[in-house]
Design a protein around this ligand. Sequence first.
Ligand SMILES: [Zn+2]
Length: 438
Amino acid sequence: MGVDVRREDVRREDVRGDDRQGVPLRRAALLAVFALSSALAAVATIVPSTDAELLLAKVAVPEPVAIRLDEALLPAPSTFVREDRLQRGDTYQGLFARLAIGESDAQLLLRQRSLRSLRPGTIVTAEVRSGKDHEGELVWLGFLAARDVSVRIERVGQGLVASEQRAQIVTRSVLKSAVIRSSLFAASDAAGIPDAVAIQLADVFGSDIDFHRELRQGDRFSVLYEMHWVDGRPLRAGQVLAAEFTNQGRRYRALRYADNYYAADGRNMRKALLRSPLELTRVSSGFGMRMHPLHKAWRVHQGVDYAAPAGTRVRAVGDGIVEFAGRHGGYGNLVIIRHDSRVATFYAHLKAFGRGIRASTRVAQGDTVGLVGQTGWATGPHLHYEFRVAGAARNPLSVPLPAGTPVARHDMDAFRARAQGLGAQLDLLANSQVAALE
Ligand SMILES: [Zn+2]
């Protein structure tokens, strides 16, 4: 009963505050009464639920505020640290305003040359003074520029002075795993794995798995990769150090050693030809599942169709020499690459040719031969890909491929030692997952 009385008090206070000072003060008054009475009784019974939410929302504003200890003893903090991101299409003035930097310092900042190295997407941190006489006065402003240069613009007297130094980057290994439900990117998103790592995975296993056509629901992977941090914030992903991919029940494991990836027994993961001529991107990755094949049976069709957005990069699946690049009837814009005396690959319906792609030029595996289009007999943008052995079309997925150079014999001991360490980490994750499922 006593609780109810206090609640009435709150309401009356509320109304009086409203009459005199308007809404902001009403909330301030509520806050004050709330603080007092919460010491006396349970919170929920004192403040009606809508107001309680209001208070919570007010308290939970996630504004990073750093106050020095000596300043914490003063009635109000004299400086605030704020962070905000320079958005695409943003203006410097807009950013400075969000950081609460006053007009005169904003003008000074605009004259700083080092501001030119600020790129969209970058988080900018600024410490700014508050209070009557110094409102909006900049103490310092900092951000990370290209090539990991840390830029700091600091107040010195009435002016601002910029300095640059190499950022302190901390690198840690991260171990994660995911199960494929719809696409590689959906799985990596769900596991909090950066796109750059997903793309590296597709690259590392690109000789064994066609990520556009062979992924199945329930495929899984574990990956150990480097993550670079600066100022306690993840900056970007580094190299994949080790990974295991289970595709349609077949398990592949890759370990990084001397800038290459090898299987645990030292075989090179890179083969003479890639499984897929299509670059894996966030946009192209989900396309295979929605694809409506122009020709149903491969036997009739003599090739493989990859539905993909126009403009997706088409890669040479292996080293070779361009035999033909030009218009060719129903193929539209066509590139033929000869890999050796027997094997040749065809890339058709291209929208455009890659730079320097013309007859008798040499290409390396992964080079851009062109962009996906719908020239020739095509009802929508797609890549028509043919794999020919001694002139006869073959199903590229069924052709065994020669592998790249294995780990050299004299490196084998060093490789094994490293492979064991990396493999043990992958095993650890695999085992812990089994434990979690049991
Ligand atoms: Zn086709």
